[in-house]
Ligand binder design. Structure first.
Ligand code: DP6
Length: 348
C-alpha cells in the first residue's frame, strides 16, 4: 500500500455522509469517447444544471461490510449498476483494498430513461466520497472523478452553465474536466421536460456512443464540427442571446440524433410522442413563441423557453398524446454535501 492510500484509509469516517446533485441538460451534446477505458470524451460539451432533477445519496463506509451495497429508489440493486459503483469507489480511493460502502440513493425523477440520472448520481457520489474519505479534492478534481463514473456527471459538479473540456491524450485524463461558465443565478430560464416513457432505455449512452463511433460514416464530421458549436454557444450565453442559444441547442441535438441514427444498426431513441412533440414545438415557434427542443439518449423531450412563455409552452406540450408528465426546471445549483438540512458547498 503506498503512502497516499494509507493516508486515505486512515482518514476516512464511518459516519454516513449525504450529498445532493442535480442532473444537467446538454445544450451542446457529448457523444463519443476517445478512450472507453478511461471514459475520455471525444468532444467537449456545454450544459445547464437543472433544479428539478435531484439525486440525494448517502454513503457510509463500514469496515464490517463484506461488499458494497446499493439501495436505489427504495430497491436493492446488484449486478452491473453496483459493479459500476464499486469500480468508481475503488478509483476514487485508489485501491480496492478499502472499507466497503453502503449507498442509499434516490432520484426525484424516473431513473435510467434518458433524464441523466447517471450525471446527478455520480456527481453526488463524487462529492460524498470526497467528504467521507477526506480527499480534499478541488472542484476540477471532483469533476474529473465524477467523469470517471459518467461523462455528463463532470458537468453536474457545477450549478448553472458548465462546459466540459476535452483533452487530446488517450491515456491521461487530467485535461478532461468541466468548468463553470455562469452560475445558476445568471439567467432565469425554464426547461420543460415531457416524460413520454418511464421504461429503461434499451441502449445505454456508453454502448450507443461506441456503436456510433465504430459504424457511422458521419462520426468524423461530428467530432470536427463540435468546436465551432461550443464557441458559438459560449458567446450566445455570454450575450444572453436566447434565440441563438435555442437554435444552437436544437442544432446540436439533431446532429447527435442524426449521427446515432446513421450507425449500424441504427439507434433511434424517440417514440411517437417524441416526434409529435417536435412538430408541436416547431408549430408554436412559427406562431411566434420562442421555444427550442432537445433530447438525449431516451424518448423524453426537453423544451427550453423563457419564464414568461412557460405556461403556454407547457399547455402545448400537454396536448401531445402519450405525454405522462411535465417536469418544470430552472437553472439549478452544483453538487454539495448536505449537513443538518443545510447545504455546505465544498471546495468553492
Ligand atoms: C446524450 O454521460 O450518460 O446525454 O460517459 O458513457 O456515462 P457515459 O455517457 P453519459 O452520456 C450522455 C449523453 C447525452 C448527451 C450529454 O449529456 O452531453
Amino acid at each position: 500500500m503506498n503512502s497516499k492510500r494509507k493516508k486515505i484509509i486512515a482518514d476516512f469516517t464511518q459516519n454516513p455522509v449525504t450529498a445532493q446533485a442535480y442532473a444537467n441538460i446538454a445544450l451542446i451534446k457529448y457523444w463519443g469517447k476517445r478512450s472507453v477505458e478511461l471514459n475520455l470524451p471525444a468532444v467537449g460539451s456545454i450544459s445547464l444544471t437543472l433544479d428539478a432533477l435531484k439525486t440525494t445519496t448517502t454513503l457510509q463506509f463500514d469496515e464490517s461490510l463484506e461488499s458494497d451495497t446499493l439501495h436505489l429508489d427504495h430497491r436493492n440493486v446488484a449486478g452491473k449498476p453496483l459493479e459500476r459503483i464499486t469500480q468508481f469507489l475503488d478509483t476514487a480511493v485508489q485501491t480496492g483494498d478499502r472499507p466497503k460502502a453502503k449507498i442509499v440513493s434516490s432520484n426525484s425523477f424516473p431513473t435510467g430513461a434518458g433524464l441523466a440520472s447517471s450525471a446527478s448520481g455520480f456527481a453526488a457520489l463524487a462529492v460524498a466520497v470526497n467528504e467521507a474519505m477526506n480527499l480534499h479534492l478541488t472542484k476540477e478534481e471532483l469533476s474529473i472523478l465524477a467523469r470517471q463514473g459518467s461523462g455528463s456527471a463532470a458537468r453536474s459538479v457545477y450549478g448553472g452553465f458548465a462546459e466540459m473540456k476535452c483533452g487530446t491524450s488517450i491515456d491521461d485524463d487530467q485535461d478532461d474536466f468541466a468548468i463553470q461558465l455562469e452560475d445558476e443565478s445568471y439567467w432565469d430560464l425554464r426547461l420543460l421536460i415531457a416524460v413520454t416513457s418511464t421504461d429503461k432505455k434499451e441502449t445505454g449512452s456508453t454502448e450507443g456512443m461506441v456503436r456510433t463511433a465504430k459504424s457511422s460514416p458521419f462520426y468524423t464530421g461530428w467530432v470536427e464540427s463540435q468546436q465551432a458549436d461550443l464557441d458559438e454557444m459560449r458567446r450566445a450565453i455570454k450575450k444572453k442571446n436566447f434565440a441563438k442559444v435555442g437554435e444552437l441547442t436544437e442544432h446540436s441535438c439533431f446532429k447527435m440524433h442524426g449521427l446515432a441514427m446513421s450507425g449500424r444498426p441504427p439507434l433511434l431513441y424517440w417514440n411517437g410522442a417524441t416526434t409529435e412533440m417536435i412538430h408541436t414545438i416547431w408549430n408554436l415557434r412559427t406562431k411566434g413563441t420562442a421555444a427550442y427542443i432537445t433530447m438525449d439518449a431516451g424518448p423524453q423531450v426537453k423544451v427550453l423557453c423563457q419564464p414568461g412563455n412557460s405556461e403556454l409552452v407547457k399547455q402545448a406540450m400537454l396536448s401531445v398524446k402519450g405525454v405522462k408528465q411535465i417536469i418544470e426546471a430552472k437553472p439549478g445549483p452544483g453538487a454539495a454535501i448536505v449537513t443538518d438540512n443545510q447545504i455546505k458547498v465544498k471546495n468553492s
